[in-house]
Ligand binder design. Structure first.
Ligand SMILES: Cc1cc2nc3c(=O)[nH]c(=O)nc-3n(C[C@H](O)[C@H](O)[C@H](O)COP(=O)(O)OP(=O)(O)OC[C@H]3O[C@@H](n4cnc5c(N)ncnc54)[C@H](O)[C@@H]3O)c2cc1C
Length: 320
């Protein structure tokens, strides 16, 4: 089986979700041949250090910055000439924008936002439907299938290293299509948090009760060097900005530690954080759904537990 993974990157900074997609392909029990495909020269060296067969660097000035029409044309040519069985992407905002167009252009299926892929005689793609309530398995009868992997479904730090990848640079002809023109790149406002790349997150739910109580959680976050995340109600009340919301209508995160305080664990919230490496939940309701996915569950009152936890962490830091 022949697989390609598109690596989204800019000036050598590789998108974490692309690496997660690569990890998913590497973990297939019947390991396919893997080609990592990039438009970014500065990423080639890093990619060649992974356990893959080939790095294919496509070169054209139109591919230097995000250009959906040029991207489609370049990858369309590669799929037509190389005919891979699987063509994987991270389910990034860019991929959501241009990959459906690629799928339509080539008339091949795009199974988006997969949480798992596995091989059992055939490749099986798992994706969630109905707001994450049901996981369904899909197979494809197409010679080539495009898929995207949901952020957090695999771990970027589990991508296997290797030393036998060949590197191929290929010029690609692209006819410039001016139907979509580029504006200046969107600049996120100063101080915007990058939760998707945070290793530690303390996430606040409605259990925090009121805005004035948020500093209790912030102090804990500060003590362990974590970012603050939140459930949707906390954002809806206007207590924290939307860029901190985690869940189906917020960010999908996969930190090393996710500390959920006063969060019930509704399915729409779980969708955004269940890929975390370790989940600690504090909730006074022992039946809260968050405990079903927590590695450590603490049944109790956050207003009693958090100050004690923060104090203990500070004391420990002082001693060490
Ligand atoms: C289309 C759609 C999209 C959505 N998108 C998102 C999303 O992106 N993210 C998201 O989070 N939600 C989302 N939701 C909302 C989601 O369904 C839940 O309503 C929400 O996640 C609940 O947030 P919560 O856990 O903070 O609040 P609640 O469900 O009210 O839970 C509060 C928890 O705090 C506990 N608690 C209360 N006081 C204390 C205390 N003193 N100590 C300890 N524990 C305490 C309670 O036992 C309870 O379990 C979406 C809903 C819809 C319909």
């Amino acid at each position: 089986m022949k697989s390609f993974v598109f690596i989204q990157s800019e000036a050598g900074v590789i998108n974490k979700n692309s690496l997660e997609a690569l990890c998913g392909i590497q973990k297939l029990s019947s390991r396919p041949s893997i080609t990592a495909i990039t438009f970014d020269e500065q990423s080639v060296e890093t990619l060649s250090g992974y356990n893959i067969d080939r790095v294919l660097h496509l070169k054209n000035p139109l591919l230097q910055s995000y250009n959906p029409l040029a991207y489609v044309e370049a990858i369309q040519k590669i799929i037509q000439t190389e005919q891979p069985n699987l063509f994987a992407f991270g389910h990034t905002y860019e991929a959501r924008d241009w990959v459906p167009r690629l799928s339509a252009r080539l008339d091949i299926p795009f199974i988006s936002d997969c949480t798992k892929i596995r091989f059992e005689n055939n490749t099986i793609f798992t994706r969630h439907i109905y707001q994450g309530k049901i996981a369904c398995d899909l197979t494809s009868s197409s010679e080539t299938t495009i898929l995207s992997i949901q952020s957090g479904s695999y771990r970027s730090d589990e991508v296997d290293s290797g030393s036998s990848a060949t590197v191929e640079n290929q010029e690609v002809d692209i006819v410039e299509d001016k139907r979509i023109s580029q504006e200046d790149k969107f600049q996120e406002s100063k101080g915007t948090v990058d939760l998707a790349n945070s290793d530690l997150i303390v996430s606040i739910g409605r259990g925090i009760e009121k805005e004035e109580n948020i500093p209790i959680a912030e102090e804990l976050a500060q003590a362990i060097g974590a970012e603050i995340g939140s459930s949707r109600p906390v954002v809806d009340y206007g207590w924290v900005p939307h860029d901190r919301q985690i869940g189906s209508s917020g960010h999908i995160v996969s930190p090393k530690l996710y500390l959920a305080v006063g969060i019930s664990g509704a399915v729409q919230h779980q969708v955004g954080m269940k890929g975390s490496e370790a989940i600690i939940a504090i909730n006074k309701d022992k039946n809260a759904p968050i405990f079903e996915i927590a590695d450590i569950g603490i049944v109790g009152d956050i207003f009693e537990i958090i100050p004690k936890l923060t104090a203990a962490i500070k004391e420990h830091k002082q001693k060490s």
